[in-house]
Design a protein around this ligand. Structure first.
Ligand code: ZN
Ligand code: ZN
Length: 434
């Protein structure tokens, strides 16, 4: 008996050791491929809804790994399915698009790409939101799971979603039959890299993960004329300036203190020359909220204030207010978040799985949740740990997503992303009980 117990003990030690080694080996085996893909994607970013090269790079790699791949789903979207016996259908999503930002990171592989935006203007393009890292992580994860089909069973559905930055790609994929032409997932997973956490860590937020987002375009009308004869005009720039300041009182004076609410005027367009008073001015707004009632309150206050300022300025007609984009906050299924904490802790270390409060950026991943796919959308640390510690000490912040200086610590963050995705997917795909 004693010998038997000793043998069993030695066997368990050996297999635990072998498993740990397999865990890091399987990452290292595919890491160079994932890293090369990252650099390639980073150097060749494409704007929202124009991600054709990006999509075909993803599609060809996934096809080579044995996935059944469909392209052009909802525009440039990619769907890759790997069936592996009976079990749940689990979805992992990445975005494909980059942003009209001029990269200033100084990295050897910094983007120098320029492209035409939808209005025909030449714009610089950069993966300033880290979607390149999400894609590389998804393909790395796809490779590991394709190479270890004994470790899971069910159907793995990987999606490359276009046009996340314009909050339109998720809906287009749904409208193009994402959940009717392909198996409907019983659960979904996505992550987002950022500098709010050091690379190597992930953050879980049970419940509301991010904000409701609403985009508005306001056109204020005036009466144009000579800059030297303002008395003969109605100046829409002055009305716009008063409107911008008045809009700032919604959050500071109308919304209950303590409620999350943001009203930002992100651009103002008016005029062509210093001595000409234009006949209209355009403002672009973004509104962010957590709660439905606060959202409603703000969306009602904006036209009230805008119309009143136009009236006060003697505008010849009411301003035009267009609510052209809207997305709901992403809701993380609390039970799912709790279930997936254990595999994340096992993969990354207990100290590297943080519980976070909701964040203010938005996402159209909510569309998938609203289609009845309970999900976990989690944060992936991107910050160089040393720089993170230094900025925390100094009370400053590293460049955020969308900054021309946004540069995640790729080696640490990409490895952690792959480890986290593999751990979560194996957990979800290990039982037919889902
Ligand atoms: Zn973004
Ligand atoms: Zn993003």
């Amino acid at each position: 008996m004693k010998t038997g117990k000793l043998l069993l003990f030695l066997f368990l030690i050996h297999s635990a050791f072998a498993q740990t080694r397999a865990g890091s080996n399987e990452i290292e085996t595919i890491y160079p491929m994932a890293h090369d893909l990252y650099v390639d994607l980073h150097q060749n970013p494409e704007l929202s809804a124009h991600e054709t090269q990006t999509a075909s790079k993803l599609a060809s790699r996934l096809r080579n790994l044995g996935y059944e791949v469909t392209e052009r789903v909802g525009g440039t979207g990619v769907v890759a399915v790997l069936k592996n016996g009976a079990g749940p259908v689990v979805m992992l999503r990445t975005e494909l698009d980059a942003l009209p930002v001029e990269e200033k990171t100084g990295l050897p592989y910094a983007s120098k790409v320029h492209a035409k935006d939808d209005s025909g203007g030449d714009v610089p393009v950069m993966h300033a939101c880290g979607h390149d890292l999400h894609m590389a992580s998804l393909v790395g994860t796809a490779a590991i799971l394709a190479h270890s089909k004994e470790s899971w069973h069910g159907t793995l559905m990987l999606i490359g979603q276009p046009a996340e930055e314009t909050i339109s790609g998720a809906k287009k994929m749904i409208d193009d039959g994402l959940f009717t032409r392909f198996p409907k997932p019983s659960v979904g997973v996505a992550l987002h890299v950022g500098n709010d956490l050091p690379a190597g860590q992930v953050g879980i937020t049970p419940g509301v993960y991010n904000t409701n987002a609403d985009s508005l375009r306001i056109t204020i009308y005036g009466k144009g004329g000579h800059g030297a004869a303002p008395n003969a005009t109605i100046d829409p720039i002055v009305i716009a300036a008063k409107t911008i300041l008045a809009l700032q009182t919604i959050v500071s004076r109308e919304v209950r203190p303590g409620e999350m609410a943001v009203v930002t005027v992100g651009y103002i367009r008016a005029g062509t020359k210093n001595n000409i008073i234009p006949d209209q001015a355009e403002l672009g707004l973004t509104v962010r909220t957590f709660k439905a009632d606060v959202r409603k309150q703000i969306l009602a206050a904006i036209p009230r204030i805008t119309k009143a300022e136009a009236l006060a300025g003697g505008a010849p007609k009411e301003p035009l207010i267009e609510h052209y984009e809207s997305t709901d906050s992403v809701y993380n299924d609390p039970a799912l978040a709790e279930r997936l904490r254990a595999p994340l802790e096992a993969a990354l270390g207990k100290q590297n799985v943080i519980t976070e409060g909701p964040i203010t950026p938005s996402e159209d991943y909510a569309i998938f949740v609203e289609q009845g796919v309970p999900s976990l959308y989690f944060s992936l640390g991107g910050a160089d740990p040393q720089k993170y510690a230094e900025t925390k000490e100094a009370g400053t912040m590293l460049p955020s997503n969308h900054s021309p200086y946004f540069a995640p610590d790729v080696d640490l963050a990409l490895r952690a992303g792959i480890k986290a995705e593999v751990a979560v997917l194996r957990n979800l795909l290990n039982g037919a009980s889902q």
